[in-house]
Design a protein around this ligand. Sequence first.
Ligand code: SAM
Ligand code: DTB
Ligand code: SF4
Length: 338
Amino acid sequence: MSPTVEAQTVRPARPDKAHAVGAVRHDWTRGEVRALFALPFPELMFEAQSVHRITFDPREVQVSTLLSIKTGGCPEDCGYCPQSARYDTGLTASKLMEVEDVLAEARAAKAAGATRFCMGAAWRSPKDHDVEAVCAMVEGVKALGLESCATLGMLTPEQAIRLKRSGLDYYNHNLDTSAEFYGKIITTRTYADRLDTLANVRDAGINVCCGGIVGMGEGLEDRVGMITTLATLPEHPESVPINLLVQVKGTPLSGTSRLDPLDFVRTIAVARITMPHSMVRLSAGREGMSDEVQALCFLAGANSIFYGDRLLTTPNPGEDHDQALFDRLGMLPMPART
Ligand code: SAM
Ligand code: DTB
Ligand code: SF4
């Protein structure tokens, strides 16, 4: 049977689209972001792929390794976090690690193939002497030829400048969710506090790593709000981690209904489209995800992962598993940019 004339007509995916694919914009409206989330899955993936390939090699994935340099005992009440002192999660708290011990872990991460080393501390905000200790770690990590990243909580402008002087490449500080949903997850610091720290980091000349968590019981409109806020920052974060909630027993968010994995993939795709030059990280939550869902995330434009069998306090797929996944997909670790 020959196809009808109508069936041969190529239908544009988004006839209403006024902007060039892949243009870097800071004026995304909630309506536009909502419309992206509402696209039929094949159209969304096509658009994400089209944007991704303008800037990036679709085979390449940037690999970072995380280390918890100060674990647990945190005074904040983030409802997802096993490190809050308010929840009984069975975690043993420990004090700030010694510089040499951190550098031994950084050497191992480099030997395993990581190009970025991220140091996380369970602080609301660091004391100035804590910042000095972290600066010594950053100097050591840089001397190994690794990119450095830290996530230490809220920073003052002076602390951000001090970290920049030590050579810090990236600072991670997440918005976590939409401004509207935020108060259901954290009460001990505000959304505005987070934006202030992000501005301090940016003003100090440090690259920004900022994203959030999905699967916390938020609605679609909260995912729309979070991506809109990120994509309308004065500069897009250089790295955008999209975490799937790791449910930890004892935290208030343990037992939250699971997010449809395709909605996670959609969030990655919309981050990719709205922030075309950013590294979008398929971040926490991979341990509970099939290889096939992870492959969809890469197709949706994710091009960064955490590598190594531990995130901060929870498990992550081991390096052998990830190497096998890369081989199955014909993907490669991205070379270091240092
Ligand atoms: N204490 C600092 C802070 O909160 O800014 C730095 C470390 S904190 C653990 C870094 C980020 O990890 C949080 O902002 C959150 O986005 C993410 N995170 C923490 N627990 C998580 C969980 N159970 N699942 C997914 N992401 C999580
Ligand atoms: C980010 O967005 N995700 C990472 C990193 N930044 C610091 C942290 C994930 C933590 C997952 C829970 C844990 O292992 O404690
Ligand atoms: Fe503390 Fe950070 Fe965990 Fe919040 S996310 S409880 S600030 S370690």
